[in-house]
Design a protein around this ligand. Sequence first.
Ligand code: GTP
Ligand code: MG
Length: 560
Amino acid sequence: MIDIAEEIRSLQLDSAEVNGMNNPADAKQEEVEEVDKMEEDSNDHITMSTQEMQDETSKVKDKEIPVPEEVEASVEMEEDNKKRHLNVVFIGHVDAGKSTTGGQILFLSGQVDDRTIQKYEKEAKDKSRESWYMAYIMDTNEEERVKGKTVEVGRAHFETETSRFTILDAPGHKSYVPNMISGASQADIGVLVISARKGEFETGYERGGQTREHVQLAKTLGVSKLLVVVNKMDDPTVNWSKERYDEIESKMIPFLKLSGYNVKKDVQFLPISGLLGANMKTRMDNAICPWWNGPCLFEALDAIEVPPRDPKGPFRMPIIDKFKDMGTVVMGKVESGSVTEGDSLLVMPNKTQVKVLAVYCDENKARYAGPGENVRIRLSGIDDEDILSGFVLSSIARPIAAVNEFDAQLQILELLDNAIFTAGYKAVLHIHSVVEECEIVQLLQQIDPKTRKPMKKKVLFVKNGAIVVCRVQVNNLICVEKFSDFTQLGRFTLRTEGKTVAVGKVMELPSGSNFLKQFCIKATPTCVDSYIWGEGATLVVFGCWVMGICVPQSPSVPEH
Ligand code: GTP
Ligand code: MG
């Protein structure tokens, strides 16, 4: 079985910089010296029924942020728009200032005008939430505005001289972690927003705070770089204090290392005030903060490098949302390959062949979209009711596997009430945009966390911190890939009762799924199934399955 030690290393939440510790949740509690504990979300009026808490699957939602009409004018995207594109997820504890910072970015980049801000100021005042007016740019739902909490991931776009960014504003409240997972799984980089206000940093950082959970999830979901913005530096309890900034940085660094980030290469800290827009588009005013000579947020975002992507891979786009609009429109991030108007693709796992009528990047119509782009694609050949989020728009010649069982390597983080993890364990599986109940049907092998080698002894159960290879089963067919083939479609998290209990990666798919990968059924009007045989990119033969015999029909299918 593969080079397991190497594979584990890449899954490990531990950094290579730290030896022998497996469970980031165990990051030394002493680090959180005298925790100035705030009353648990005292201003938090969200209540959820047990049913809602358990039914994680119903809450994964995104919302597009409407921009004023002047800006929205749908311009044909210039073919020669060579600006690179990055997806940035805003994560962090509830009320850290993610939406305020996101809204301020849109304001500073000219996406939102003064008139709109004045309107939001009035609306926020009417709702007795004066200071939330900037957050209203991102929080567009009535529920979000009334409660002052993001629920659905807000999605907006802005540009600098060199880059185009899609902002994904995740909710911080613990009840909406599934939505945060959906946002982070679409991102390349993360902005971790931390409140420097007295007591707020501490609440977010302590065990059970979302600063920790979000960092661990972001790492597992493939957010390779983090900008840690220490926000609310203007707050009277902080007043741009260097001591407070240094304290937060020094406490965050060990935790980020334990979560698997290489702090020197992948993480950058900077102080801001999202509310005032300080150190965001332009560098910090020396008169206010003389000790900060580093970059501002826009500069830091522009300077972040992400690994190059391959536009020639087989097309894969997990579907996050769908709606009806002159055909069926699906939304998602292109994880591999590219898509062009006129392409024929498959919607998996239901294997429906569709045609691409139009492609939209941000608000703009485009002829082509490559990997990493967040797109909307208008399709013909399928009804929106036949699509669920978690389905994958896929190449015909090399479709994604559809399985209801796979072998995975799991790292157990923290089980509820220190339970044991054994065959029969049930949890909610989050993999790309899929949210499905799953069951661990068999533990196959335990991995020694120190030597990284499989242990000889038969494994019947494991506890917190263990690494184990096991078989995972789901009721419905889901589209996944081996982690070694497509990291983004092969890494996942397991959650129970609103808590992340394990992170993992897909190691093996059942051998039958290779068959599924090669044979894709296309229903014809006469109900005779046509089959497309695809072996890599070279041999592609149409066939007709008549009485169990595959009859070749046509020698080629366009490769995607
Ligand atoms: P959730 O979506 O619920 O996770 O919260 P959030 O992180 O999006 O926080 P949000 O932007 O809604 O802001 C929460 C509160 O913090 C609001 O009252 C903001 O005005 C305030 N706030 C945000 N940024 C700053 C800042 O830079 N300075 C000060 N003083 N207050 C801020
Ligand atoms: Mg928010």
